[in-house]
Design a protein around this ligand. Structure first.
Ligand SMILES: [Zn+2]
Length: 111
């Protein structure tokens, strides 16, 4: 049986157009700024992932204004975490599933 190690890191950028309750601090266009999320994550087999770095920006297409936001405040304003769950908590879920399957395996194999 061969075993190929597949792991590494990846960088993703999300552009969220419908960022609510925002107007551009520079050109004052209502509803113009986008939320830009730039993050990197590490992974094994693209399933066991954990977040390495996240940066949130308010970006205006009209005047190219850019401002870094506090991640917690940006997530609260958007209403949900725009980073996919698997990229944020994939490793944790994998560990929980592994422990659960070990417990189930041994509970059915006790004589
Ligand atoms: Zn602007």
């Amino acid at each position: 049986m061969s075993f190929i190690f597949v792991g590494g890191w990846a960088k993703r950028e999300l552009d969220i157009v419908a960022f609510p309750n925002s107007d551009c601090p520079s050109c004052k266009s209502l509803g113009q700024p986008h939320l830009r999320v730039s993050y990197t994550y590490n992974h094994f087999y693209h399933v066991m992932c954990w977040l390495d770095n996240q940066r949130f920006f308010l970006y205006c297409d009209k005047c190219a204004y850019s401002e870094e936001l506090d991640p917690n405040k940006a997530i609260a304003a958007y209403g949900e975490d725009p980073i996919p769950f698997i990229h944020r908590y994939g490793l944790l879920v994998s560990i929980v599933l592994l422990i659960a399957s070990i417990i189930i395996f041994f509970s059915f194999n006790v004589k």
